[in-house]
Ligand binder design. Structure first.
Ligand SMILES: [Zn+2]
Length: 443
């Protein structure tokens, strides 16, 4: 395997995970960042990368992806998904297995982790699955995961929670094992009372008011149960503004609850989603109004929401093009994470440094990845070089992840990553992966 070459990065704008530091050089040795400072001298045997005014960023951390391996590799796998990640500037993924086999025992988790060595091009950590079946195994699972994933509702896959009593058992188990819970919140009981679903082909009604209510109610329930039990809870992807406000209010009151949202809720409106062909923006939770997006951006700007994860959830386009009610929810997006966050700044005024922090330092801190998401001495040399002035149109056929379609096809974006380094070794250059897959487990 390629050893990292001692490297001095100079002449660019360095973003340390929180802010841009002008006129700073960065030195890498043995895969770690060893020095930062103005006008560092070149050492013997060191290669120099001239950034020529471009950005140098920490590798992005995507805390919410579905790579569907094992079990559904025809839709996505780590080889393709992690190549897409590098295209989007992502060097660490926290991944949710929401197709069988769920990560319900330590053995299943270890088997999955071992199977991904030599396959994943980015560092990775599958979440454990929080289900009734995994409850007895949580103490063994906890040390190998950043969190355990709970499906509050069955709409996106197997293992959904049906009742509040079940939620209490699951949350108690996680609290007892000392492990954080990440949860998608939907509520089948409330959804059952919601208005009837839209007729086939009627995407216009996908932002069902009843479903918004259901989602908010399930966020409220999850926060209340977590507080009573003393569980540490992270909710994602937050779509309705009211859900975001509930998280913010609970956190302000001192509860251990946090949340992240996804790029589409910040960039796309319900009207955009209706116009998209082949149900491309059909996703769960659904995309809401422009005003809803505005509130989410404000919560993100204030730090009330911690960050952004893609919810990269690929399906073949032929499946997405089915009649609306039969089309699966979710779409690929990890290939574009950095340009999409810059677009939230460009189009909607989210402060640039906050937009970048939301996909670097913020998720790394949230999930305890202390060597990731930051450019500081001792951190892993996961680095992204991007030219902020380089604009181009998204060409879905050129994206490395499996689907070869994108709801963002044709969008003009900027700041596409040009070179990416993982622990000091170049792994992506000019749109293509470089060298062997060298992703390592994060936990
Ligand atoms: Zn998801």
């Amino acid at each position: 395997m390629t050893d990292p070459v001692p490297t001095l990065f100079r002449g660019g704008r360095i973003f340390d995970g929180r802010r841009f530091a002008p006129e700073t050089d960065l030195r890498v040795a043995d895969g770690r960042i060893v020095e930062l400072g103005g006008r560092l001298p070149v050492l013997l045997g060191e290669q120099v990368v001239d950034l020529a005014g471009r950005w140098l960023l920490p590798g992005l951390v995507d805390c919410h992806v579905h790579f569907r391996e094992p079990g559904l590799v025809r839709k996505e796998g780590y080889a393709t998904g992690s190549a897409g990640a590098l295209h989007g500037g992502v060097t660490s993924v926290l991944e949710i297995q929401n197709n069988p086999p769920l990560m319900e025992t330590r053995q299943l988790l270890e088997r999955k982790i071992e199977s991904l060595r030599g396959v994943s091009r980015v560092d990775f950590a599958p979440y454990g699955s929080l289900t009734l079946a995994s409850l007895p195994h949580l103490p063994e699972i906890a040390p190998r995961v950043a969190a355990v994933k709970c499906f509050l509702g069955c709409s996106t896959g197997a293992g959904g929670v049906e009742t509040e009593a079940e939620m209490r058992r699951l949350f108690s188990g996680a609290a007892g094992a000392g492990v954080k819970i990440v949860a998608h919140c939907e509520d089948n009981r409330v959804r059952a009372r919601a208005p009837p679903p839209a007729p086939p082909g009627r995407a216009a009604r996908h932002a069902l008011r009843g479903r918004v209510g259901a989602k908010v109610e399930s966020v409220r329930d999850a926060i209340r149960v977590a507080e009573q039990i003393g569980a540490v809870l992270h909710l994602f992807p937050l779509s309705p503004a009211e859900g975001g406000r509930l998280v913010a209010a609970a956190a302000a009151a001192g509860q251990a609850v946090t949340g992240t949202t996804a790029p589409h809720y910040l960039l796309v409106t319900h009207e955009d989603a209706i116009r998209a062909p082949e149900n491309r923006f059909k996703v769960n939770p659904s995309i809401k109004s422009a005003a809803n997006g505005e509130v989410l951006r404000r919560l993100l700007a204030d730090g009330a929401l911690q960050g952004v994860g893609t919810d990269h959830a690929p399906h073949p386009l032929a499946e997405k093009a089915r009649p609306y009610s039969k089309a699966p929810s979710g779409f690929p997006s990890i290939d574009l994470l950095l340009p999409l966050l810059v677009a939230v700044h460009d189009r909607h005024g989210l402060p640039l440094e906050r937009a970048l922090e939301a996909v670097t330092r913020a998720p790394a801190e949230e999930f305890g990845l202390h060597r990731k998401g930051r450019l500081e001495t001792g951190a892993d040399a996961d680095l992204v070089i991007a030219d902020p002035d380089l604009r181009r149109q998204v060409d879905e056929a050129a994206l490395p992840s499996k689907s070869k379609w994108s709801p963002y096809h044709g969008w003009e974006l900027r700041a596409f990553p040009q070179r990416v380094f993982l622990r000091g070794v170049e792994v992506f250059r000019d749109g293509r992966v470089v060298g062997a897959a060298r992703g390592e487990p994060l936990c």
